[in-house]
Design a protein around this ligand. Structure first.
Ligand SMILES: Nc1ncnc2c1ncn2[C@@H]1O[C@H](COP(=O)(O)OP(=O)(O)OP(=O)(O)O)[C@@H](O)[C@H]1O
Length: 537
């Protein structure tokens, strides 16, 4: 994630005297979060205030990591060179001046040249397709966001945008339709929530909407994703005229309707429940001007597609923002037909597992899988809690969680679509708060859910597609942190062998001999023509 590093920074004299040789031997910290807090009297990073262990060779400032060095240099560059701006005109409401940075006070008022923009994109690893795509930004402060939103971002620890946010936020702020494919854990959620919070509070503060109806809608395939998106929206919208409603099955509908009728800016929900609610109750959607399809490939698949289109058609030409780590050519085509003048942003290697996760594939016959899993869980070397174990069936999830608890003595819980919403919430809470360290899940947690401290997943049953595999592997890493995915395969997964071998080879991961030697790993796979349609050649 850290953009544009040359790494030339020197150890601070304070650090050497305090830490002796050890400090000199330690590699320079890549990221700010790897650095510790500063103790009283110690040098502080000029950017984030953590322990300023190094000196920036180009400015002599104390800094904590390569990440902050790059922020420091970017800030410096932005005050000296033509700069990056969002083009959205910002008008300041007289009564709410405190929320906005005045346009004429902005330090960054010129645009980058085309060459500069292209070179910046290639440095931060962004690809774009589309007409007149706004330049990326290097900081949240160049976006003319409500001041309160900037503060909320800072309080949440979002000091600089991630690459996908750098490109997507400015484009979304000027109302462009966007399709984004970016690695799992790369910060896609804030890429749509920041523009939504900004847009909604702007409309409310300016009294631009006639009614108090919702202004934006986020659709996602699972309840767990919706819960997390709504939670994050609340964090970012705190203190602004920005209320949210969560519309998912398993929660009482009456409460959801009441909340929406009272007036909310954002609705986050699963398509099925939302249609149910909209058909039974009179909800005014006239003012909804932004629609987000999170995990868009899943949302445009059979099962969801008709419901999504029904909702889309009930809105009056909203701006459409679509996101996933896996986007096929077919999804691209469908997205282009839904939204005019679409921008396509890519970040990282599309449709491949995040390179931060080490894939360790083991050939295990089905009857031996449980035993192998228990061995891993009981091995000090291999078990790195908290972990998620992905299985293929609901019953399998319950039975395996029970078996783990009985055999290893480690408390394991399960999550799947047949559990009540209360159980799903309780089990997630117990897992995220560290009260239990093993969660056995079906695909419901495979996508989009931020499993904060998880750095290890075990794919006990291979999912039905390589797209789901990419998402499940991605649960082991957030924001480029290193993770491990242990994957059990055997002949039953043969329809995925060919692609799996390609993925492993391109990631430099070992291919078990039985997998490499299988006739299904070479030549056309049983699904090749369908897969070709799905992912292109
Ligand atoms: N600018 C930022 N600075 C610091 N942390 C961030 C920033 N943006 C996002 N994060 C954090 O990074 C983590 C991953 O973000 P997020 O869940 O949005 O990823 P994602 O791309 O949606 O992943 P997935 O495809 O797996 O759903 C979250 O914990 C989030 O809080």
């Amino acid at each position: 994630m850290a953009p544009m590093m040359d790494g030339t920074i020197t150890s601070s004299p304070h650090a050497v005297s305090d830490m002796g040789d050890a400090a000199e031997e330690c590699p320079v910290k890549e990221r700010c979060q790897e650095q510790r807090e500063a103790l009283p009297g110690e040098p502080r990073c000029a950017i984030c205030g953590r322990y300023g262990e190094y000196i920036c060779d180009e400015t002599d400032d104390d800094i904590c990591s390569k990440e902050c060095k790059s922020t420091l240099l970017a800030r410096l560059a932005s005050t000296q060179k033509p700069t990056l701006v969002c083009n959205r005109p910002v008008r300041v409401p007289v009564s709410d001046e405190c929320f906005y940075v005045r346009a004429d006070n902005r330090p960054n008022s010129e645009s980058l040249s085309t060459d500069q923009t292209e070179s910046l994109r290639s440095k931060i690893g962004i690809g774009i397709k589309g007409n007149s795509v706004p330049a990326p930004v290097l900081s949240f402060s160049s976006c003319n966001l409500p001041q309160k939103l900037e503060q909320n971002l800072e309080s949440a620890g979002y000091l600089i945008p991630t690459p996908v946010q750098m490109q997507t936020i400015p484009a979304a702020l000027v109302n462009r339709n966007i399709l984004v494919s970016a690695d799992t854990g790369s910060g896609k959620t804030a890429s749509f929530l920041v523009p939504i919070v900004s847009h909604c509070s702007y409309i409310r503060l300016q009294h631009l909407a006639e009614q108090k109806g919702p202004l934006a809608m986020v659709l996602a395939p699972t309840r767990e994703i919706c819960v997390q998106v709504e939670e994050q929206a609340k964090v970012l919208g705190k203190g602004l005229p920005f209320k949210t409603a969560l519309v998912i099955g398993g929660d009482a509908m009456a409460g959801q309707v009441y909340r929406i009728q009272k007036g909310v800016e954002l609705i986050v929900g699963t398509p099925g429940r939302l249609i149910d609610l909209l058909t039974k109750h009179d909800i005014d959607l006239n003012e909804v001007s932004v629609l987000v399809l999170d995990e868009v490939d899943s949302m445009l698949q059979k099962g969801f597609r008709d419901q999504v289109m029904q909702i889309f058609q009930a809105l009056s030409q909203p701006q459409v923002l679509m996101f996933s780590a896996t986007i096929s050519e077919e999804v691209e085509r469908m997205a282009s037909s839904m939204a005019r003048d679409l921008i396509h942003v890519t970040c990282g290697k599309p449709n491949r597992p995040s390179k931060s996760v080490k894939q360790v594939v083991i050939w295990v016959e089905s009857k031996q899988k449980k035993q192998k899993l228990f061995e891993i869980l009981m091995s000090k070397q291999h078990f790195k809690p908290p972990i998620v174990v992905f299985v293929g069936s609901r019953l399998g999830a319950d039975l395996l969680a029970e078996a783990i608890t009985v055999v290893t003595g480690l408390k394991a819980l399960s999550i799947h679509g047949e559990k009540s919403m209360k159980d799903r919430r309780d089990n997630m809470r117990l897992f995220l708060t560290g009260e239990t360290s093993i969660l056995v899940s079906t695909g419901v947690l495979g996508r989009g859910v931020d499993l904060l401290k998880v750095q290890q997943v075990i794919i006990f049953d291979m999912p039905s597609s390589m797209a789901e595999y990419v998402h499940q592997v991605g649960r082991a890493s957030r924001m480029g942190e290193e993770g491990v995915a242990i994957v059990f395969v055997n002949e039953e997964d043969k329809k995925l062998f060919r692609e799996l071998v390609q993925y492993l080879k391109s990631a430099g991961a070992a291919v078990p001999q039985k997998l490499a030697n299988s006739r299904y790993s070479v030549g056309p796979s049983p699904l090749s023509s369908r897969q070709k349609r799905k992912y292109g050649s």
